[in-house]
Design a protein around this ligand. Structure first.
Ligand code: ATP
Length: 271
């Protein structure tokens, strides 16, 4: 079974430094940029690969893993870079980024160009599941990354990715369902959904979409010997999501304490 101890420590530290950066000097800083459908996250690690600063912004510059507002994306990443540089009183030079699996041919270097356009020297570009596994360190099993726009499924054998897929169902669809059920604007439903105090109430409304995600997972892992599913991505913050996925897939399913920042931290670790 995957042990989330390292992941939990790293994410907890990241959450702390997002609030209050660590100001000690480092000989080098490693930055990870995660351009998501719902959220842009920038994570900064020091020479010992410990989080020292970070920030995240909800933005609408990417859809289903593809950059749809190039100028907006460059601007957001540039602003976040400046904000972190001011906080750390240093220049951030190197950054790594990731793209959803299977989008290499259609991305046309958009993510790479956003990171460069924001003023970074790009030191690595990898796929999201490989980035997440820098933190999770899974040898065998599946990582399911339920983000804002898509669900990414990756299967690992002996620590290497042997199968990847990305399907357009994610947290945005959850918010759309809530918006319809509660007759509230999408933005309001999105904020309502993210509040853990509302999770118990909204769970029955969201159950069919969770089951749809589970059906997608089943489709992709069929034929592979998967004995464990590890959930990452912001949508997996939903309380109890792992139980429904485990029930529908029949496979042991679990998640780290905060699944939201696993991929961006993995991107920074790969820098
Ligand atoms: P993608 O990977 O699809 O491009 P992304 O990288 O923006 O998207 P994440 O940052 O992993 O995705 O997750 C964003 C999603 O997680 C959003 O739909 C957001 O509403 C959802 N989310 C964040 N926090 C919570 C929470 N506490 N409860 C439920 N959902 C949450």
């Amino acid at each position: 079974r995957v042990n989330f101890e390292y992941c939990d420590q790293l994410v907890e530290k990241f959450e702390q430094v997002c609030e209050k950066p660590e100001l000690h000097k480092s000989s080098v800083y490693y930055t990870g940029v995660d351009l998501g459908t719902a959220c842009v996250v920038v994570a900064v690690l020091d020479e010992n690969y410990e989080p020292v600063a970070g920030c995240y912004k909800y933005a609408d510059v990417v859809r289903d893993g593809m950059v749809v507002d190039y100028i907006g994306a460059v601007q957001i990443v540039r602003e976040m870079k400046q904000e972190l540089e001011e906080k750390l009183d240093t220049e951030l030079i190197y950054a790594a980024a990731a793209i959803p699996p299977g989008t290499e041919t259609v991305d046309s270097g958009a993510v790479e160009n956003v990171v460069r356009g924001a003023g970074f020297t790009l030191s690595n570009l990898l796929d999201e599941p490989t980035a997440a596994n820098e933190v999770l360190k899974i040898q065998n099993g599946a990582v399911v990354d339920i983000g804002g726009g898509t669900t990414g499924i990756s299967i690992f054998k002996d620590g290497k990715v042997v199968y990847i897929a990305d399907e357009p169902t994610g947290g945005t669809h959850f918010s759309l369902v809530l918006s319809g059920a509660y007759k509230m604007p999408f933005e309001e439903a999105e904020v309502f959904k993210r509040d853990p105090d509302n999770h118990k109430e909204i769970f029955p409304v969201l159950k069919p979409v969770i089951e749809k995600v589970a059906a997608i997972i089943n489709e992709h892992i069929e034929g592979h010997q998967v004995e464990e599913i590890s959930l990452v991505g912001g949508t997996c913050c939903l309380t109890g999501i792992e139980g429904t996925i485990e029930k529908k897939t029949g496979i042991y399913t679990h998640k780290p304490g905060n699944p939201m920042f696993v991929t961006p931290l993995g991107i920074a670790l790969s820098c």
